[in-house]
Write a protein that binds this ligand. Structure first.
Ligand code: AMP
Length: 426
């Protein structure tokens, strides 16, 4: 098979790495990719917003499958447009990607199909949003409806914060994404990420993970795209997984089919495990980054076979096997992230780090004058397996010790919750 992978992050490097292990793969192309992906794929420059140019490339190179990494092209309808040209695509249609592209759409789906989630209201004007918040009180959660690169959510502990967040949304802080606002009940519990591979009718559980969104040790400081993750999530016991499938995922699959928008692709449920059981916080319609990196480390089966089955509606006949080991990834970021990261500093020692048994996935890297340099906020994902999360953690940090990059930083406590649980003996 010739495959075109779209994206440039650590998620896409992990997908490229896993697909490269498949005997089905003939040639892998990636656009735009990054230097790590460039070791596995031929990098091509395509304009992600020009769907007909991408289709022409696919025809020219006889691409058998396009794998879409990030959400923005899915929400823009790339899967529909390429399919109209007869090209096979792994990723949901524009109508199905509304599960990520519109928080209000997902909340209405939950209400209609009785899927447990936080109580909510949807508003397109300031006065009614304000009245709702004043009536319900704080703590409360304010969300811009559309895609806001993870920045559109405010957890307001006071009424003043909530009102300020609503005003910021309607004032255009998130552009068109904030033209509508979702106001939600504040949920408490432990968060977990739950993934399913879907073919429109069948959802195959596809691993669990937990991530660390805050930039600083001890879960402090501003939110980021994710500073590290591990898999599996200990809170997702077999019982909790069964409940999540029955109460959340299966009604979503039935509901989307009923709405004429069957979901095919990766369904990534952000869950809050509350006293009453799992509740949906949000859906994403693609792999998480950095969660994908730990899932790919643990997946024992051929990823390309599974992606093909999802595209062809054959998942009912498939299973996915996972390593019993835990995987953990630590994100190394450039100083300044999540604000403006410093670019251009030289990174050395990756071969030495890999010799510790770690996989090092590239995100924001570039080659400059023959040297590997930082070229973004999140730069490297240092990823290891271990018999326990604690052992995977030790291996990942041992690899980081070998990386020579004084301008980079990372959290020192990725996996702390799972490691504490292991120490406590459960
Ligand atoms: P989202 O972009 O919807 O995943 O929200 C980002 C983060 O905000 C989540 O990962 C949660 O930590 C938090 N969050 C979102 N919604 C709620 C809620 N209703 N209650 C408590 N925390 C929430």
């Amino acid at each position: 098979m010739n495959v075109l992978l779209l994206g440039s992050g650590g998620r896409e490097h992990a997908l490229a790495w896993k697909m490269s292990a498949s005997p089905l793969l003939t040639r892998l192309y990636a656009s735009p990719g990054n230097p790590g992906i460039g070791r596995l794929a031929e990098l091509v420059k395509l304009d992600i917003s020009d769907h007909s140019a991408i289709a022409a490339f696919c025809q020219d190179k006889t691409i058998d499958l396009v794998v879409v990494g990030p959400e923005a092209p899915l929400v823009a309808g790339i899967a529909d447009d390429l399919r109209a040209w007869g090209i096979r695509v792994f990723g949901p249609s524009k109508a199905a990607a509304r599960l990520e592209g519109s928080k209000g759409f997902t909340k209405d789906l939950c209400a209609k199909f009785n899927i447990p989630t936080a109580a909510y209201g949807r508003f397109s004007d300031l006065a009614s949003a304000r009245a709702y918040v004043e009536q319900t009180g704080a703590p409360i959660v304010i969300k811009a409806d559309g895609l806001a690169a993870g920045k559109g959510v405010t957890i307001a502990m006071t009424l003043e914060e909530a009102l300020a967040a609503i005003e910021a949304c309607f004032d255009g802080a998130f552009g068109a994404a904030g033209a509508e606002v979702v106001v939600e009940e504040y949920l408490t519990g432990e968060e977990a990420s739950f993934f399913c591979l879907c073919d429109g009718a069948t959802a195959l559980p596809f691993g669990t993970a937990q991530d660390h969104k805050r930039v600083g040790d001890g879960d402090t400081g501003p939110n980021t795209g994710g500073m590290g993750a591990y898999s599996p999530a200990p809170v997702m016991t077999p019982e909790m997984t069964d409940r999540t499938m029955r109460e959340i995922i299966e009604p979503t699959m039935r509901g989307m089919a009923e709405l004429g928008a069957p979901f095919a692709g990766i369904l990534f449920a952000g869950l809050m495990i509350t006293d009453q059981g799992p509740k949906l916080i949000e859906y994403n319609t693609r792999f998480g980054d950095p969660e994908c990196q730990v899932l790919m480390m643990r997946l024992k089966d051929d990823l390309l076979v599974l992606l093909n089955a999802a595209v062809d509606g054959q998942l009912a006949h498939m299973s996915a096997r996972w390593s019993d080991e835990a995987a953990l990834t630590v994100v190394m970021a450039a100083r300044g992230y999540p604000g403006t990261p410093e670019k251009g500093s030289v990174i050395r020692g990756l071969d030495e780090a890999a010799s510790e048994g770690a996989e090092i996935f590239h995100a924001g890297t570039a080659i400059n004058g023959g040297a590997l340099v930082a070229n973004g906020g999140r730069v490297l994902n240092v990823t290891a397996l271990g018999a326990t999360v604690g052992e995977a953690q030790r291996r990942a940090y041992a690899a980081i010790d070998r990386i020579d990059w004084p301008q980079g930083f990372f959290r020192h406590d990725i996996g702390w919750r799972a490691v504490e649980r292991e120490k406590a003996g459960g």
